[in-house]
Design a protein around this ligand. Structure first.
Ligand code: MOS
Length: 722
């Protein structure tokens, strides 16, 4: 039995609040936490099938040209140069990458061969010493400022006459910001172990989106979907780099097929920086025009990002710009520079992570020009409906998030004049920013089974990339079926189970969660029939079913037989009818050293509205992670590349600086209650990426309030502050 739902109409029924178990929303610990901290949760690289061989990818040492010859090495059992492996290297969303010839080099560091040997050390040694000859081309564009540009029509938009609005405005701003390239670099580097059994392949890999990854893998290997099984029960973070399949998985599968033995390809941290995609650097011009009262009459957001020629991904920098603030005259420009540097792709809130962070710096600057408090200026410019389209918002909590934040953070005490307070050698300052991120649901399926002993099992190929999926899916099932949380088992990360949304774009909990909800609804319908009542009159709690005065044990209702059901959710036309987003506000207090320019973040706070909260602890943790990366965007992250050849210079976590414990202050997270009827029956929306969108701007706006410096080249390292 499958319960299917296409989310089209608003759903205000709010069923989850009528359930009796009281498990949902609770700050429960992560189900798999003890396994992870004791080393019993095994990641892709940890499997050791008999006869395992080891592969190491060889990288190009030229930027552009052709490989004319790949030699061999005595330690190598095999050297593969299959183009399919190369095609899937770091292409952002894998299947959209360029269809390269087998020998074409498009960036320095591109994989061009796989060396397979009996041990990892031998493979690495052979890979380092493999003789390769090239025919080099020296005309590769590397600088986005001068490279050929694409301006896809679909990504440009305009309304009214922004130039006229700028001419006629009482106040204007027209400034350019630059954000650097950033690395996804999840805690668990990319890894894959492939093993064939006849014409079936099983691949253990770190991947975010198993059902689409399975299709990509089948396409790459030229075999039917049914012959591919992917296993990813534990994934140590993805940050977008594991959304599509990557070179290591394709290479491992091809090599294992050719050699007739299992093959492991585990990337080192340095390989991980080079061989998975990066976030594009960006150039962003923001134009703002306001009348004498500080009402925006026009706004423009012009972005330039980069990617390799013939790729389709472009960081959607302006994604939230159409609906965050009002203003009749508008212009959005998106340009993609075609350069020969490592491919760009989705990384941690692609679009808003850099777009909102820049735009919110511009809003802070404009507030000052207009002579309004930054909160008041924003509140004055929140639109009633989505500008241009006129679509209503499915929910709109931006104003509330700002008002609540201002109150909780003590914003009223802020002195707007920079350099207002010197404590010892530190200038103190406070800053804020809005948080905005688009929201969506993706098709997803799950199976939920009740076993005769009255326990439940949730099965789906959904992944838990450190986000708490095991825990929240278990909580939904426990709540719906009236079971204690420990009576529910959750199995994830295996394509033999029903295909889920996967983890990405903050859609995982809402999409997979709704499929679990639907499967449970179907089970409840059957149980209600057995109780002889309507589903709405059925109360399930602590393993008992109640309807009116009748009480029966769940185990009696099951009568020795298992009972299972599937849930299947699909997105409908919601996006045509309404603008749906998640909302929030960010607050920061910083100290800037007057002599060294060092910035220390003293306090941060985020207030977020993102639909129903499934687990107060995992939700808060998601926000803390996002805010921490906001500090990274503002102050430390910079994936430096060599401008002469485009290769990554920062290739490990000693060179690429993410905030460490010492950089992260006490952080407060407040979640506003929000039930968005357009988010489906669970009323759950995305939370994972909201925390990063705007967090960096709050820090940089606080830096300005402290020392009077506007840093328009991210990150705000000391040299840019002095
Ligand atoms: Mo996310 S960057 O969609 O994994």
């Amino acid at each position: 039995m499958t319960r299917h739902l296409k989310i089209d109409l608003p759903d205000t029924e709010n069923r989850l609040d009528q359930m009796a178990q009281g498990v949902l929303g609770k700050p429960l610990d992560r189900l798999e936490g003890p396994l992870k901290v004791s080393g019993r949760a095994t990641y892709a690289a940890e499997a050791r099938p008999d006869g395992l061989l080891h592969g190491v990818l060889v990288q190009s040492s030229i930027t552009k040209g052709r490989v004319t010859q790949v030699g061999t090495h005595p330690d190598a059992l095999a050297v593969l140069t299959d183009p399919r492996m190369i095609r899937y290297a770091a292409q952002g969303m894998a299947t959209k990458g360029p269809k390269r010839g087998p020998d074409v080099v498009e960036y320095m560091g591109q994989p061009i061969a796989l060396v397979v040997a009996e041990t990892f050390e031998k493979a690495r040694h052979a890979a380092k010493n493999l003789p390769i000859t090239y025919e080099e081309e020296t005309d590769a564009p590397l600088d986005p400022a001068t490279a050929p540009l694409d301006r896809p029509d679909a990504k440009q938009s305009a309304a009214g006459d922004l130039d006229a609005a700028m001419r006629d405005a009482a106040f204007v701003l027209d400034e350019v910001w630059h954000t650097p390239s950033m690395a996804a670099t999840a805690m668990e580097p990319h890894a894959a172990i492939a093993e064939w059994d006849g014409d079936h392949v099983t691949i253990r890999a770190g991947m975010q989106m198993l059902s689409s990854n399975r299709q990509q893998m089948a396409d790459a290997l030229g075999i039917p979907l049914e012959k591919v099984r992917l296993l990813a029960p534990y994934v140590g973070g993805g940050f977008g780099s594991k959304l599509g399949i990557n070179a290591e998985a394709v290479a491992a599968a091809l090599a294992a097929r050719e050699l007739g033995r299992p093959v492991s390809v585990v990337l080192t941290r340095m390989h991980d920086f080079d061989l998975s995609h990066r976030r594009s650097e960006s150039r962003q011009r923001v134009l703002l025009a306001a009348d004498a009262d500080g009402r925006l009459t026009g706004l423009g957001h012009e972005s330039r990002v980069s990617n390799l020629p013939d790729t389709t991904f472009a960081e959607p920098v302006t994604q939230a710009t159409p609906f965050t603030y009002d203003g009749a005259h508008r212009r959005i420009v998106q340009e993609i520079a075609r350069i020969h540097r490592p491919a760009t792709g989705s990384v941690r809130a692609p679009g808003e992570a850099i777009g909102v962070n820049v735009f919110e710096c511009a809003m802070d600057e404009m507030a000052e020009r207009v002579g309004l408090d930054p909160v008041k200026f924003r509140l004055r410019n929140i639109p009633q409906n989505e500008p241009v389209t006129g679509r209503p918002f499915s929910s709109h909590k931006l104003a509330e998030a700002m008002e609540e934040g201002a109150r909780r953070f003590g914003w009223a005490d802020r002195n707007p004049a920079p350099k207002h307070t010197l404590q010892g050698e530190w200038y103190m300052g406070m800053g804020m920013a809005a948080a905005v991120r688009v929201n969506q649901i993706i098709e997803s399926r799950a199976r939920v089974s009740l076993t005769p002993d009255g326990r439940a099992l949730v099965e789906t190929d959904m992944t838990d990339i450190g986000t708490g999926t095991y825990t929240v899916l278990g909580q939904i099932a426990a709540e719906m079926l009236g079971l204690p949380r420990d009576a529910v088992e959750v199995h994830l990360g295996d394509t033999d189970m029903p295909p889920a949304s996967g983890s990405g774009g903050s859609f995982g909990a809402a999409s997979a969660g709704t499929s679990v909800y639907l499967a449970c609804e179907e089970l409840r319908t059957t149980l209600a029939q057995r109780m002889g009542c309507a589903e709405t009159d059925l109360t399930l709690q602590d393993g008992e079913a109640r309807a009116g005065n009748a009480v029966r044990k769940l185990t009696d209702l099951l009568n020795g037989e298992p009972l299972d059901a599937e849930g299947h959710v699909e997105p409908g036309d919601t996006a045509k009818a309404v603008r749906q987003a998640t909302w929030g506000s960010h607050w920061a207090e910083v100290a800037v050293n007057r002599w060294s320019g060092e910035v220390r973040v003293h306090r941060m706070m985020g207030v977020f509205a993102c639909g129903r909260v499934l687990n107060a602890k995992t939700a808060r943790s998601q926000c803390l992670g996002g805010m921490t990366f906001g500090i990274g965007i503002a102050l430390t992250e910079d994936m430096a590349q060599d401008d002469r050849d485009g290769h990554n210079v920062a290739r490990d976590l000693a060179e690429y600086h993410v905030p460490t414990h010492a950089d992260v202050p006490h952080m407060e997270v407040h979640l506003l209650e929000e039930l968005d009827a357009h988010a489906g029956p669970t009323q759950v929306k995305g939370i994972g990426e909201l925390g990063i969108c705007g967090a960096g701007a709050a820090v940089l706006n606080a830096v300005y309030n402290a020392c009077g410096v506007r840093v328009r080249h991210f990150p705000a390292t000391p040299d840019r502050i002095l």
